[in-house]
Design a protein around this ligand. Structure first.
Ligand SMILES: *Cc1c(COP(=O)(O)O)cnc(C)c1O
Length: 244
């Protein structure tokens, strides 16, 4: 009896994920078209923190082949249970003492917020004989409670990090302040896009500005309107999170 109800729960959970995934996928395309952009310019990341592997695998089978995780331990714990065919990015704050474990295990580290962290990543990458793609996390709202490089220091920091062997800067990411309304959030996204363009124009050696990662469940259409090339969506695909 219990096994049966568990199976039913999983089945319903998968159906919900499928409906939500299709809805978000469609909304992302719609937002791109509405903004006069080519939908293929915007990648949709499924943020899988706190989500059980059975649902992540289901999402991957539906085409959610880009996944984002926040915590090193959580991701490494789930990884053996994940089916292949996906690209994984670390999107949560990374402590230097965890760098060794994550380099080589994800395709991109999106949350690089200091030169010191980038140096540690570079050191580990060189040891493992790989180059680690990174994004610089920018604290676009100058939020004292958030991680990230201050906007006016971003270009200089990008130059400094570009010099570090073992890392390759591929763009920028941001999480705007939670308390900002949609209008204000969109302005933050617009400022991010400007910063992205400014740094691209400098044509710095070893910087390939191709990813602008911004927008979450509540604001991804606004991010797409302002030039996001990657949106990170969790709740709208998997439902509200259950932190245990
Ligand atoms: C959790 C998280 C997301 C997804 O947030 P939702 O509101 O659930 O879509 C995106 N980016 C980062 C950095 C996150 O930690």
């Amino acid at each position: 009896m219990q096994a049966q109800s568990y199976t039913n729960e999983i089945l319903h959970g998968k159906q919900r994920v499928e409906e939500c995934w299709k809805r978000v996928r469609f909304a992302v395309e719609e937002a791109a078209i509405r903004s006069g952009r080519d939908p293929s310019e915007v990648r949709l990341m499924a943020v899988t923190k706190t989500v059980e592997p059975v649902y992540i695998n289901h999402a991957i089978s539906l085409g959610a082949t880009l996944i984002g995780e926040n915590k090193v331990q959580e991701f490494l714990g789930k990884k053996p249970e994940l089916t292949g065919g996906y690209e994984a990015h670390l999107i949560g704050h990374l402590q230097t003492n965890k760098v060794r474990q994550i380099v080589g295990e994800v395709d991109v580290i999106q949350s690089v917020d200091s030169v010191r962290l980038a140096r540690e990543i570079g050191k580990c990458a060189e040891k493992k004989g790989v180059v680690c793609d990174v994004l610089l996390e920018v604290n676009i709202g100058r939020d004292p409670d958030k991680f990230g490089i201050m906007p006016d220091a971003a270009a200089e920091t990008a130059c400094e990090i570009a010099e570090i062997p073992g890392v390759r800067v591929c763009g920028l990411m941001t999480v705007p302040p939670l308390d900002a309304d949609l209008e204000k959030t969109q302005r933050f996204f617009s400022n991010m896009h400007q910063l992205f363009i400014d740094i691209s124009k400098k044509k710095i050696h070893n910087i390939d500005m191709r990813i602008l990662s911004m927008g979450m469940s509540g604001d991804y259409p606004q991010a797409i309107a302002e030039g996001a090339t990657l949106v990170r969506v969790g709740t709208a695909i998997f439902g509200s999170r259950n932190y245990r």
